[in-house]
Structures are given as structure tokens and as C-alpha cells.
Design a protein around this ligand. Structure first.
Ligand code: DHB
Ligand code: FE
Length: 291
């Protein structure tokens, strides 16, 4: 993703600025690590530290390498890129463990760019977007059901995605606040219809510390094009997912390891737009996990 100077402002939409905004957003929205159980902290912190010790011994890590690591860790914080680092390289395994009991829809990582309370669009509507927003128009229909097959009237479907340049509103400057973000409410049959545009493949920030790691290791920074979604209904587990497009070269080597075959759409051309059909099956909250 190259820098884009936003018309009428001095601001430049850089990826690293998106990273710093993601740190602020996390501080605002999440109850960060509120009440970790001391026994779990003891166990988990000790095992992670021991895993690092094992790597140092196995590969005979030098003082130069240790100091490079120290300097890099300091800069990840300075750049506000901890949310990016964690969501790209760690979150997918947390998601896997958290949802392994599910019978309904597969989910995947949330990533750093979710904003709660996006504007309500009813059961059928168009995501807020600029006049002439670039990208192929998409008309997406779907139904929200429970694992029993029962349609979930009133289910919420929150959608957010990048624009055709790979930028997210509220994280890159110069984009209207709720651009390509909205909340839909399924009708009495559990149905919804969402009109939007096809997002572009997305490069995670390359101009900050995560980018330095990627360059130093000779990796690439790409995520396939994706639409983020959270589907929720009373008495059901919140589903956080991303939907992908077939044929994207990064479906098989996503930097964030977040693609699953069940999440790949099947768009059908329809004149000047494409249609997609994709619904969600939500797991009822299990008795033992209900508070
Ligand atoms: C990142 C960005 C995303 O859009 C996403 O879905 C996951 C991770 C990131 O930049 O870290
Ligand atoms: Fe994303």
C-alpha cells in the first residue's frame, strides 16, 4: 500500500498511522487483561519465557541478535504496533482454541480495525460509502440461523472492510467516519441483504516495526481481500469472521493465517455488480458457559 495524500488535508494515509490508531482503539474498547488469574499468569508466562530460552539455546542466539530483538520490541511499542503484531501472528491460534467446540459457522480473527456501534441499516441496505466509491459493487444476501435450523429474527450482522486502496475508516485519515462500516438487523425470517463494494487485497503496515520484521525475515505483508463480520443473536455465541474471494493469490499464504475454506465466497457476476449468498449458523450459548 503506498502513501496516499488526502485531498484538502496535509495528512498522509500511512499504514503506520493506522497502527497507532489501532492502539488507541484497543485502549478505548477492550477491558484490557482485566482479571488474569495469578495461577494462569504463573503457568503461561513461565512457559512462554521457557520457550524463548529453548530457542536461544537451540540456535545459540548471540548478543547482537539479543540486542536487535530488544531494540525491535521497543520500537513496536513506540510505533503503536502491538495490536497489529498480535492480531497478525498470534490471534489466529487464540481464535482456534476459543471456537473449537462450535458446530455452527467457522469464524476467524477480528483484527485491529473493528469499531463497535456502526450505523444501523435495517435488514436491507447499502454500507455507508463515498460518492463514486471505487470497487465492483456487491449485493450480499444471507440468512442467520441457529444450529437447530431455526431462523434468528433480529440477529445483528456488523460489517466492516477496507476500501479499494486497502484503508479502513477511522484508522487512516481523510475517510468519512463510518465509511464501509454498518450494522444490519435480520428480518422476521432471519434474512438480510447488504450492498457494498469488493474490497482490495490488503498489505499490513510496511512502514513501521512489523514491516521491518517482514523485510528482515524476507516475508511478504499481504492479506487477501476480505470483508469482516460479526453476527450475533440473543442466546447465541457471537461469531467473528472474515469472508474471502476465490482466486485471491493470498488466500493460501495470508500473513495473518486467517483464511479457512468455509469462509471463501462464491460471487456470481450479475451485469454491473456481483451477487453473493452467504449466511451464518450460530451456536446457542451452552449451559455450562452461560453465566
Ligand atoms: C491486520 C489488518 C487486518 O485488516 C486484519 O484483518 C488483520 C490484521 C493488521 O494490519 O494487523
Ligand atoms: Fe482486515
Amino acid at each position: 500500500m503506498s502513501d496516499t495524500t488526502v485531498a484538502g488535508t496535509n495528512e498522509t494515509a500511512t499504514a503506520a498511522k493506522s497502527g497507532a490508531s489501532a492502539t488507541e482503539r484497543f485502549r478505548t474498547d477492550k477491558k484490557a487483561g482485566a482479571q488474569a488469574d495469578p495461577e494462569r499468569v504463573n503457568l503461561l508466562a513461565r512457559e512462554v519465557i521457557e520457550a524463548v530460552h529453548d530457542t536461544i539455546r537451540r540456535h545459540k542466539v548471540t548478543y547482537d541478535e539479543y540486542n536487535a530483538l530488544k531494540s525491535w520490541l521497543i520500537s513496536v511499542g513506540d510505533d503503536g504496533e502491538w495490536p497489529l503484531f498480535l492480531d497478525v501472528w498470534i490471534e489466529h491460534v487464540v481464535e482456534e482454541v476459543a471456537t473449537e467446540h462450535r458446530e455452527g459457522n467457522k469464524g476467524t480473527i477480528e483484527g485491529p480495525y473493528y469499531v463497535p456501534n456502526s450505523p444501523e441499516q435495517g435488514a436491507k441496505g447499502t454500507l455507508p460509502m463515498r460518492d463514486g466509491e471505487s470497487g465492483t459493487p456487491l449485493v450480499w444476501t444471507g440468512k442467520v440461523t441457529s444450529t437447530s435450523g431455526q431462523p434468528l429474527a433480529g440477529a445483528k450482522v456488523e460489517v466492516w472492510h477496507a476500501d479499494a486502496d486497502g484503508f479502513y475508516s477511522q484508522f487512516a485519515p481523510g475517510i468519512p467516519e463510518w465509511n464501509l462500516r454498518g450494522t444490519f438487523t435480520a428480518d422476521e425470517n432471519g434474512d438480510f441483504e447488504i450492498t457494498t463494494i469488493r474490497p482490495a487485497p490488503y498489505q499490513i503496515p510496511t512502514d513501521g516495526s512489523c514491516g521491518k520484521l517482514i523485510a528482515a525475515a524476507g516475508w511478504h505483508a499481504w492479506r487477501p481481500a476480505h470483508i469482516h463480520v460479526k453476527a450475533s443473536a440473543d442466546g447465541h455465541e457471537l461469531l467473528t469472521a472474515q469472508l474471502y474471494f476465490p482466486g485471491d493469490e493470498h488466500n493460501s499464504d495470508d500473513i495473518a493465517s486467517a483464511v479457512k475454506p468455509e469462509l471463501i465466497l462464491d460471487p456470481k457476476p450479475a451485469g454491473d455488480h456481483e451477487t453473493i449468498e452467504y449466511g451464518f449458523v450460530l451456536d446457542p450459548v451452552r449451559a455450562e458457559s452461560a453465566a
